[in-house]
Design a protein around this ligand. Structure first.
Ligand SMILES: Nc1nc2c(ncn2[C@@H]2O[C@H](COP(=O)(O)OP(=O)(O)OP(=O)(O)O)[C@@H](O)[C@H]2O)c(=O)[nH]1
Ligand SMILES: [Mg+2]
Length: 267
């Protein structure tokens, strides 16, 4: 069994920041981990980068395509050449994998390649995966935006055949240090006053009853919050600390130090 987390979400929501924060914490807690960039338009500096296979700029030029169509082309190419990715993963035994995925909704709503790639990871490489879906708190400034965002998240969730964690990132950007729950509650109450009030409320009820859009908050720049997220991810994928042999060859005092570091995230 292999373990990993797929970080998805809208452009600019903090996927790459979270990928890096998790990789940094894995170093501190001595968990062997690899970061995999599956976004052909991302920055570089990953252990495996899809841009070593194909680049959106080249595709745009070669086929005279726009940025979105060339992104979809790259994902199709990656899917067709999945063995390049799988060979890399197989060459890295006993590692936890963090996948940084593209943010454009087209990749999920109107295309099947990312879903197929995730399914291949599960079925061909025996991955236990969870999707962490990020939304940007700063983007939800009205009740109707909130509803829109939750519906779009639901559509992405249904496009993926994976356990799903819906996370509002950048909680440090909430105005006047408000709590996320209060902000979301306020939007839910405000929905009644929207022109499409009844429809909005009914949609919200469907979302709540389905239980699939349970949200939590995060600041991807705060290491304590990222440690807590990692613990939630571990629970969702069924990973127990130490399982990848991260505590082998270190002294009991060093193990204690790591446990203390993790415990401090909850204080
Ligand atoms: N204040 C704050 N800024 C954040 C947080 N997470 C990410 N950012 C910032 O948000 C910006 C976008 O972050 P990225 O990690 O590049 O977002 P992304 O989702 O990878 O973006 P794309 O790959 O372009 O879709 C950067 O300036 C980050 O520093 C957070 O929790 N709080
Ligand atoms: Mg990114």
């Amino acid at each position: 069994m292999r373990y990993g987390v797929a970080v998805i979400g809208m452009p600019g929501s903090g996927k790459t920041t979270l990928t890096r924060s998790m990789a940094d914490i894995f170093k501190i807690i001595k968990r062997p981990a690899k970061s995999i960039n599956l976004d052909p338009a991302n920055e570089t500096d990953f252990d495996f980068d899809v841009q070593s296979m194909i680049q959106t700029a080249d595709v745009q030029e070669a086929f005279n395509l726009g940025p979105n169509a060339s992104l979809l082309y790259c994902l199709e190419f990656l899917n067709a050449n999945f063995t390049v990715l799988s060979d890399y993963i197989i060459s890295q035994p006993d590692c936890f994998f963090i996948f940084d995925l593209p943010g454009q909704v087209e990749c999920y709503a109107a295309d099947y390649n990312l879903r197929e790639i995730m399914t291949k990871l599960q079925h061909q490489l025996d991955f236990s995966l969870v999707a962490v879906h990020l939304s940007d708190c700063a983007m939800i400034n009205s009740a109707s935006k909130y509803l829109q965002l939750q519906l779009s998240t639901l559509s992405i969730q249904t496009a993926f055949n994976l356990p799903f964690m819906n996370v509002f990132n950048k909680t440090d950007m909430l105005p006047h240090q408000q709590q996320l729950e209060d902000v979301l509650q306020q939007f839910e109450e405000e929905l009644i006053y929207q022109p499409e009030g009844e429809l909005g409320l009914e949609l919200l009820q469907v979302l709540n009853n389905s239980g699939c859009i349970e949200s939590s908050g995060l600041c991807a720049l705060d290491s304590k919050e990222v440690v807590q997220l990692i613990n939630d991810v571990d629970n969702r994928v069924g990973y127990s600390r130490g399982q990848l042999g991260e505590y082998k060859g270190i002294t009991p005092a060093e193990v204690r130090q790591i446990e203390d570091y993790i415990d401090r995230a909850y204080q």
